[in-house]
Design a protein around this ligand. Structure first.
Ligand code: MG
Ligand code: ZN
Length: 224
């Protein structure tokens, strides 16, 4: 039996909604929607668009924005149980997020430890927030992703003895999903998995994810 390993998205997966959109709605000056629309239409890359969005926000609002993110983020049902399940079964769990560390880490702080959290960074030294990209695309990806999920998975280097599971909700998870042995998908990613014929199951909450992973990988049911 192969050993399971999980790469899990954050925005819209661990949290019910996209945190960057919530932050922009509250803190950005008018006009940010045009940048968002250009990202969604593919006119500009995620990296360029997210960089532009945060450059609209003054650095001095850092703490307010982080506090707002923690306050408004609603964690999807069953996530705590899901993390405990992976810890108990010894399944490596990585969070791979296109979000920014100053809100991703505080939102996740009460749920860890994780085997890794990969996301973008931020520099508050200038007048406005400058996004940093410690996980940008490797030579096999030309999408200018920002936080490049397939590159992160390649870098982690889990070989053929692993059963790779990707959990996500959006088109930004598709390239990672293509590298997975199995995908747990909702929303747009679910449509994309169907379109691409990727092995997948839908999920609504993380209790569904536990159930599917037990079925698919043969890990034992929790006897607690
Ligand atoms: Mg997402
Ligand atoms: Zn990439």
């Amino acid at each position: 039996m192969k050993k399971p390993v999980i790469y899990c998205d954050f925005d819209g997966t661990v949290t019910e909604k996209d945190n960057i959109i919530a932050i922009m709605k509250t803190f950005a000056p008018p006009g940010w929607e045009r940048i968002k629309d250009r990202i969604l239409s593919g006119e500009i890359s995620i990296r360029k668009g997210v960089g532009e969005l945060f450059s609209l926000l003054p650095s001095e609002q850092k703490n307010q924005i982080a506090e707002f993110a923690v306050e408004q983020a609603r964690i999807r049902e069953g996530f705590g149980e899901f993390v405990s399940f992976t810890r108990k079964e010894g399944i490596p769990l990585y969070i791979v997020s296109g979000g920014i560390d100053f809100f991703v880490h505080p939102v996740l702080s009460e749920y860890g430890p994780f085997d890794g959290i990969f996301c973008n960074g931020a520099d508050f030294g200038g007048e406005t927030i400058r996004i940093l990209w410690p996980n940008s695309c490797d030579e096999s990806c030309e999408n200018d992703c920002g936080c490049c999920k397939p590159s992160v998975i390649r870098r982690l280097g889990h070989g053929d003895d692993y059963f790779k599971i990707v959990i996500g909700d959006s088109v930004t998870d598709l390239e990672a999903a293509k590298q997975a042995d199995f995908v747990l998908a909702r929303d747009l990613l679910l449509e994309k998995c169907e379109e691409w014929g990727l092995p997948h199951s839908p999920f609504e909450n993380f209790l569904d994810c536990i159930e599917t992973i037990i079925k698919r990988t043969g890990v034992k049911e929790q006897a607690c």
